[in-house]
Design a protein around this ligand. Structure first.
Ligand SMILES: Nc1ncnc2c1ncn2[C@@H]1O[C@H](COP(=O)(O)OP(=O)(O)OP(=O)(O)O)[C@@H](O)[C@H]1O
Ligand SMILES: [Mg+2]
Length: 368
């Protein structure tokens, strides 16, 4: 069985311990401090938070995920589902359904996680009072027992038509609940920064900043090589460093790469550069369709700029070297092209650097 997992939160033996971060997070949770967790996509934010809370005794986990939330009724459904999952007993589920009977809740089982999911009547759940009622129920729970409330992909609430109103309502409730640690997670750094550090935002300065970067390379090497060892594949540090660098030191992409390497190897193999190359080609062919879709969106000029970012990096995009590599005379036309590429979600800008959302696409472009 393939010992690598990607594209979802990981736990148990699939989770590489991050003791320093977990210790800091536990301290915040114990003291009831709200925290805002920021980091690039697939860095392991959700896994870290869920695994840490699950490992703490006497704390119930409330986990609502707002990824691509569509409207208030969808948001209410996700909050209610998270309330229904606060306890795994059937009695608790029945009680939640009874409390919200007026929303005509329907119960189903999530096919991937096997966890209960509640749907509600969309028209009734769009009423402003419904959101208040659901948040009041959550607060009634947090008043009774120690809960850690995890609000994942929190920045997506901003995309709702009435996102600001909803955020203001949530903020007012959260403010009342000063003993409960609320953990806000977001993967779009710039937007999370605006939400928590812009003076006009309702969440301004309301939580401690908690950045999550890559996993310590020594720890992750030990973890990944032990996963390969399960199938008698051997991985040395130099090969791991090559894998990690191609995957932009991002745990989710490293695991995806290792999954492809696993498929290219059998027991007693040693992973070397030629294995890595074969696995990379297999990742490229899995992603070929995405890469072609990305390319179709770009003009010839934008493609040249993107290739220059792939080969020269995204920091000095106005340098002579960058302009000449992109056959461009004009720095402002580079900026216009980059903004189009950013809108297409191929690159994102952070900390003075244009970075590839998907590091395999960068690698693929480098080889074209
Ligand atoms: N501690 C860890 N140990 C091993 N693998 C990890 C760890 N954390 C993350 N990963 C890898 O990264 C993938 C994504 O993890 P997770 O969903 O927790 O990240 P995230 O930062 O929340 O991602 P997203 O930005 O998509 O929400 C996992 O499926 C796994 O492959
Ligand atoms: Mg996540």
């Amino acid at each position: 069985m393939n010992p690598f997992k990607y594209g979802c939160a990981v736990d148990g033996k699939y989770f590489c311990q991050r003791p320093k971060l977990a210790k800091r997070l536990r301290e915040y949770i114990k003291s009831g401090q709200n925290v805002v967790i920021q980091g690039e996509r697939r860095m392991g934010k959700t896994s870290l938070v869920l695994e840490t809370v699950r490992g703490m005794k006497g704390i119930a986990l409330f986990h609502a995920d707002f990824l691509c939330v569509r409207d208030q009724s969808d948001l209410c459904k996700r909050l209610l589902t998270a309330i229904a999952r606060l306890e795994s007993s059937e009695g608790w589920l029945a009680k939640t359904i009874k409390t919200f009977a007026y929303l005509k809740p329907t119960f189903s089982i999530d096919p991937t996680s096997g966890a209960p999911t509640l749907s509600v009547d969309a028209r009734l759940a769009s009423e402003p009072t419904t959101l208040d009622a659901i948040l009041d129920t959550l607060l009634a729970q947090t008043a009774k027992r120690k809960v850690c409330a995890v609000l994942d992909e929190f920045q997506d609430i901003l995309d709702l038509e009435d996102g600001e109103r909803i955020l203001a309502i949530m903020r007012a409730r959260i403010q009342l609940d000063s003993n409960t640690p609320y953990i806000f997670l977001g993967s779009v750094r710039n937007r999370m920064t605006n939400m928590f550090w812009h003076p006009s935002s309702p969440f301004y300065h309301s939580a401690a900043a908690f950045p999550v970067g890559g996993i310590d390379p020594d720890d992750f090497f030990a973890f990944i090589s032990s996963r390969f060892a399960i199938g008698r594949r051997s991985l040395d540090r130099a090969a791991f460093d090559v894998i990690s660098s191609i995957a932009n030191d991002t745990p989710g992409y490293i695991q995806e790469f290792c999954d492809a390497i696993w498929d290219e190897t059998t027991a007693d193999d040693t992973i070397d550069n030629s294995t890595i190359e074969r696995a990379l080609n297999s990742v490229f062919s899995r992603e070929q369709e995405h890469f072609t879709t990305f390319m179709r969106q770009l003009t010839a000029h934008q493609t040249r700029i993107l290739k220059s970012v792939a080969t020269l990096g995204g920091k000095a995009v106005c340098s002579k070297e960058f302009l000449s590599a992109s056959a461009t005379y004009n720095a402002s036309s580079v900026k216009v092209a980059l903004s189009k590429i950013e809108k297409a979600q191929i690159l994102y800008w952070f900390d003075g650097d244009y970075r590839f959302v998907n590091p395999f696409f960068r690698e693929w472009l480098r080889r074209q």
